[in-house]
Write a protein that binds this ligand. Structure first.
Ligand SMILES: [Zn+2]
Ligand SMILES: [Zn+2]
Length: 400
């Protein structure tokens, strides 16, 4: 090494013998899925693999839920509540550059968020839990959903009744997370991830010669005024103690320096951590748009597309998750991260039933960890074992 920093401390991870036994198989499944990634609502091959595995474990299996979703039900030896464990199966439109022997064989598609690991880990947990079926007082519903990446697979799973028949009492899910090192687990109580809203705005003026602006209506100037003024909703309309961010990521209009164009297009996103704040700021955005365009004689089209709701972890379930995580990575390994302004469709389940969504650190301690959605994304596969152990323990602990 020769960097003078001394040896890298490897984390202490406690895996039960049952989990250790399935681990090699789980990693093989992860690599198999990694090599054959599929985009949202196209997870046909992955869903077939999942369904076949669940059937082989003797679970009752439902396929074609929300197009490509798969649900397996494990009924324990004794009656009791129903706990749901969830994984997402979709990949991203990215050309993989890792060079792994199990790298994507599909051009332009890659498991760059770790959902291959989520799917494999949940199959591993199903394997372990089905072997201890007789000891379980209650049922475990294994939910493999499509299209987490901005296409709201979870919302459709809920609409198609995944939380019913039998009714789910609590739901858990996790994300392997490269922003945290291997051997750490993050659990946030309460609002943990943001509500996401997307906008497409067209500001319409009347085109003309740049030298005769009085004969035109300038949408560029109106867009500029809107762009600057709309940020005041964050500084003036929002409660300073309530996190929110509004970003315009795209502005497009005009082609020539001496021409006033007819229109300008803007695209952006609002992120909030409470429904109250979300409703207020959505209203303010349109008010500012209306006021700034009207003042300059322009008009507008306003297209608002709601994204995911706020993800809220139930306090009791978050405590349970911390207790479970501590048994696997030790008390020091359990962190309570601040909420993030990213969105996650697990929120759709958690607005219906209590539960918790956890972060499982997956950055290798001795090599550079590339971020999620990067073409070189490289999780430490030992995190998948931690994920299996946590899922198994969450179900057992909840049903105990
Ligand atoms: Zn992602
Ligand atoms: Zn993800």
């Amino acid at each position: 090494m020769g960097d003078g920093k001394g040896a890298i401390v490897e984390p202490e991870i406690t895996l039960s013998p049952e989990v250790q036994e399935v681990l090699a198989d789980v990693i093989a499944i992860r690599r198999e899925i990694h090599a054959h990634p599929e985009l949202g609502y196209q997870e046909v091959r992955t869903a077939a693999l999942v369904a076949e595995r669940l059937q082989a474990m003797g679970l009752s299996v439902q396929t074609g839920v929300a197009e490509t979703g798969v649900v397996g039900l494990l009924e324990g030896g004794q009656p009791g509540p129903v706990v749901m464990l969830r994984a997402d199966m979709d990949a991203l439109p990215i050309q993989e550059l890792t060079g792994y022997p199990y790298a994507s064989q599909v051009p332009g598609v890659m498991h760059a968020c770790g959902h291959d690991g989520h799917t494999a880990a949940l199959l591993g947990a199903a394997q372990v839990l089905s072997a201890m079926r007789e000891q379980l007082a209650g049922s475990v519903k294994f939910v493999f959903q499509p299209a987490e990446e901005s296409r709201a697979g979870a919302e459709r799973m809920v609409q198609e009744g995944v939380l019913q028949a039998p009714r789910v009492d609590a739901a858990f899910g996790l994300h392997l997370w490269n922003s945290m090192s291997l051997g750490t687990v993050g659990v946030t109580t309460g609002p943990a991830m943001a509500a996401t809203d997307y906008f497409e705005i067209i500001i319409r003026g009347r085109g003309g010669h740049a030298a005769s602006p009085h004969q035109a209506v300038d949408p560029v100037l109106a867009a500029a005024h809107f762009l600057v003024t709309v940020q005041s909703i964050i500084s003036r309309s929002r409660d300073p103690l309530a996190p929110a961010v509004f970003s315009i990521g795209c502005i497009r209009g005009g082609d020539a320096g001496n021409v006033i164009p007819d229109e300008v297009l803007l695209r952006g996103t609002l992120r909030t951590l409470s429904q109250e704040n979300r409703t207020l700021l959505l209203k303010r955005i349109e008010e500012v748009l209306h006021g700034t365009t009207q003042a300059l004689g322009a008009t507008y089209d306003y297209d608002h597309r709601p994204g995911y709701p706020v993800l809220v972890n139930d306090a009791a379930m978050a405590d349970l998750a911390r207790e479970v995580a501590a048994a696997v990575v030790g008390k020091e390994g359990v962190l309570s991260p601040e909420p993030t302004m990213g969105g996650e469709d697990m929120a759709y389940y958690l607005q219906e039933v209590p539960g918790c969504y956890l972060w499982v650190g997956s950055a290798n301690p001795s090599e550079e960890a590339y971020p999620h959605h990067n073409a070189r994304f490289n999780m430490d596969e030992r995190a998948i074992g931690i994920a299996v152990e946590i899922l198994v323990r969450l179900a057992r602990r909840y049903l105990a």
